[in-house]
Write a protein that binds this ligand. Structure first.
Ligand SMILES: Cc1ncc(C[n+]2csc(CCOP(=O)(O)OP(=O)(O)O)c2C)c(N)n1
Length: 345
């Protein structure tokens, strides 16, 4: 397993970035955690639909997303808000996706991030298609996709990996192995020793990485991105991590895992180890972090206000956001809805 920084903040190899970038990415993890806690809290007040927290997975998401170029494609899941935000998806839009508002799925022009896939696994194919399309267009854009350990049991994972292997598409597959697919433990998911080793079956390199190590995630993803951009094909990265919170806000994880196990992983908190490293380099102090956390908190509060201040869409508008031009079937459904609303009026 690739590890550069131990949970105690000790370096095992040269860090892949300078102190300035380390500080910037640490603050990005701090901001992401603020968002995660805010979203969880306002969901409990009924202001969001279900929310899937990512606490514990910040390094896997921020470390990998930091290795991208701003125009690279990202194809995420419902648990990848930190990665999406790093690649330009605004907090407001992320919140709207959890408010059931279609506008959350349309990030500003130029943000190359697809709306999060709720369907487990299906989206990996989109990342293969986007990378292949870029190749056909003569572009060196690559596509990164995020998914969980559970998604590797879907047929779509096999199809995506196989196509990426045969056509050498510039796709970076990031499996955040957070040990559970809802209540199903990793050992019940697959009999293979690691998820990374599955890559061999597709002729693609597979790398097992400490997913709670920002440095290791950044280094492994940077190498995979260079390989993809150079036309040498895809990579599967297994980020070994842990979901510290529930599967979603409607899950009770105490029913299927021990408190002791959670505590073991809490000791490997991805923020703590960078904090220890920066402190040892005299590049951290409590006030600096607290100021950044407050700044992020305020910015996220403003995003919540902005999202909640939008005038709700009329029901008939749901038909208009899927395609640039509505298909005849959608137009007909929209007409039927309008007619039934007229009848009710
Ligand atoms: C095709 C499909 N099957 C089942 C579900 C219900 N479901 C939602 S999340 C989830 C578990 C996914 O686990 P994993 O891929 O490990 O990702 P994680 O939630 O741990 O990030 C399931 C079964 C779904 N959304 N889509």
């Amino acid at each position: 397993m690739l590890q550069i920084l131990t949970p105690d903040g000790e370096l095992l190899a040269d860090p892949p970035m300078d102190i300035d970038l380390t500080k910037r990415l640490f603050l990005a993890m701090v901001a992401a955690r603020q968002y995660d806690r805010k979203a969880t809290s306002i969901q409990k007040q009924g202001r969001l639909a279900t929310y899937a927290p990512f606490e514990g997975q910040e390094a896997a998401q921020i470390g990998s997303a930091a290795a991208l170029r701003p125009d690279d494609w990202m194809v995420p899941t419902y648990r990848d808000a930190a990665a999406m935000w790093m690649q330009g998806y605004p907090w407001t839009h992320l919140l709207l996706t959890r408010m059931g508002d279609e506008r959350g799925g349309s990030p500003p022009e130029g943000v190359a991030v697809l709306p999060p896939s709720i369907t487990v696994g299906a989206h990996m194919l989109h990342a293969v298609g986007l990378a292949w399309a870029a190749r056909l267009q003569g572009s060196d854009r690559i596509a990164i996709t995020y998914f969980g350990d559970g998604a590797t049991s879907e047929g779509d994972f096999h199809e995506a990996m196989n196509f990426a292997g045969v056509f050498r598409t510039g796709t970076v597959f990031i499996c955040q192995n957070n040990q559970y697919a809802i209540s199903l433990a990793r050992h019940q998911q697959t009999a293979s020793e690691t998820i990374a080793e599955k890559a061999a079956g597709y002729g693609v390199p597979g790398v097992l990485v400490d997913g709670n190590d920002l440095f290791a995630m950044y280094q492994a993803t940077s190498e995979a991105v260079v390989r993809a951009r150079d036309g040498r094909g895809a990579t599967l990265i297994e980020a070994l991590t842990y979901r510290l919170g529930p599967h979603t806000t409607s899950d009770d994880p105490t029913r299927y895992r021990d408190a002791a196990e959670v505590e073991t992983w809490r000791a490997k908190d991805p923020l703590d180890r960078i904090r220890k490293y920066l402190a040892a380099e005299s590049a951290w102090d409590e006030e600096w972090e607290a100021r950044a956390a407050t700044g992020a908190h305020d910015e996220i509060d403003r995003a919540v206000e902005e999202a909640e201040a939008l005038t709700p869409l009329a029901p008939e508008e749901i038909f208009e956001s899927m395609f640039a031009e509505m298909t005849p079937e959608l137009a007909e459904q929209q007409q039927r809805l309008l007619a039934s609303r007229r009848d009710q009026a």
